[in-house]
Each structure stands twice: as C-alpha cells, then as structure tokens.
Ligand binder design. Structure first.
Ligand code: HEC
Length: 164
C-alpha cells in the first residue's frame, strides 16, 4: 500500500486533468457503445451470424442436414455404384461381344493386343468417346442406346483390360 501511495498522489497531482478527461472519454465511449449495442445496426450485427446461417440455409441447411457430407457422399455412392454395380464383362457379353469377340466388321478383338495397340495410343477418353458416340463401323454404344455412358465405359475398360 505504501509503495502505491506516491504514485497515487503523483496521479492525483499531475494527471488529474488527464484522468478526468480519460474518464469522461471512456464514459462517452461506453455510453456510445451501449447506445450502439441497442441500435438496429448492432442488433442486426448480432443477428447477422444467425441470418447467415439461415441464408446459407439452402446450402447450409443442406450442410446441417449432412449436405456437407451429402454431396460427396452421394458422389461417392454414385461412383461406387457406377464402379461396383456395373459389370463391364456383363455389358460386354450383352452386346459388344457380337463384334469384338469375332472381329466382325474389323472390330478390334477381345484379348488381341495387336488389334488394340494403335487404339490404346489414342487414350482412354477417346476410346470411351468413340464407344459412346460411335466410330466408323463401331456403332454408338455398340448399337444399344439403352446403355448408360458408364456401362459403355465399363465395357471399354473390360476390353482394354484384356489387352493390357
Ligand atoms: C456391330 C459391331 C460392333 C459392336 C456391337 C460393338 N463394336 Fe466396338 N467396334 C466395332 C468396329 C467395327 C470397330 C472398329 C472401328 C474402326 O476402327 O473403324 C470398333 C471399335 C471399338 C473401339 C475402339 C474405338 C477406337 O477409337 O479405336 C472400342 C473402344 C469399342 N469398339 C468398344 C465397344 C464397346 C464397349 C461395345 C459394346 C458396348 C462395342 N464396341 C460394340 C464394332 C462393334
């Protein structure tokens, strides 16, 4: 206590005007802060995070309902089902084999690496596109438009796997 007294009296003596104005200032500031706290702006500001949550509602309601995971989960499910549910061999056996097992119409044959060498160089995307959209005597989707792109791709993969 005694150690403080000199500084307290120092404050009282030399810094009283400063302290007073500082006090006044802080009162002003805090009353402004209080006023601001109750102003519409401040209320809006306080509500804003809630509003954002609701605004994002579409995406964030989705988020909250698990949409944060839902799209990716759905995408995973889709690709997983596309990858696992589609049996390339089965699709191939359903239609592609008609030409690609026998080499009919000059079709590159299953398991005949020589038939595929030049085609492999085109890259998978081109081969997928040609199988889906058709290429010369290769009919689009092997002639079965009911096949999905993914099914055709799976059949292409099956063909390509046989020669790699
Ligand atoms: C009616 C006969 C026929 C059927 C059915 C058929 N193909 Fe083909 N396919 C061909 C012929 C012919 C070619 C060679 C075309 C060329 O190179 O001019 C070919 C080429 C391809 C190629 C190579 C394309 C390229 O760019 O070299 C792929 C991949 C392919 N077929 C996939 C399939 C798949 C997958 C199926 C089944 C969904 C299928 N084909 C069904 C006749 C057929």
């Amino acid at each position: 206590m005694q150690a403080r007294q000199p500084s307290a009296s120092f404050l009282t003596r030399s810094s009283l005007p400063v302290s007073l104005s500082a006090m006044l200032f802080s009162v002003l500031v805090s009353s402004q802060a209080l006023a601001a706290d109750n102003s519409h702006d401040a209320i809006a500001e306080r509500l804003k995070p809630v509003g954002e949550l609701c605004l994002k509602g579409e995406s964030c309601a989705g988020d909250m309902a698990g949409a944060g995971q839902q799209p990716s989960a759905a995408a995973e499910t889709d690709s997983a089902s596309a990858a696992s549910a589609i049996d390339g061999e089965k699709v191939y056996g359903g239609i592609c084999m008609a030409c690609h097992t026998t080499g009919a119409a000059g079709a590159p044959r299953l398991g005949e690496a020589g038939d595929w060498e030049a085609r492999l160089a085109k890259g998978n995307e081109t081969l997928y596109t040609h199988a889906i959209e058709g290429f010369n005597a290769m009919p689009a989707k092997g002639g079965n438009p009911a096949l999905s792109d993914e099914e055709v791709k799976a059949a292409v993969d099956y063909l390509l796997d046989s020669v790699r």
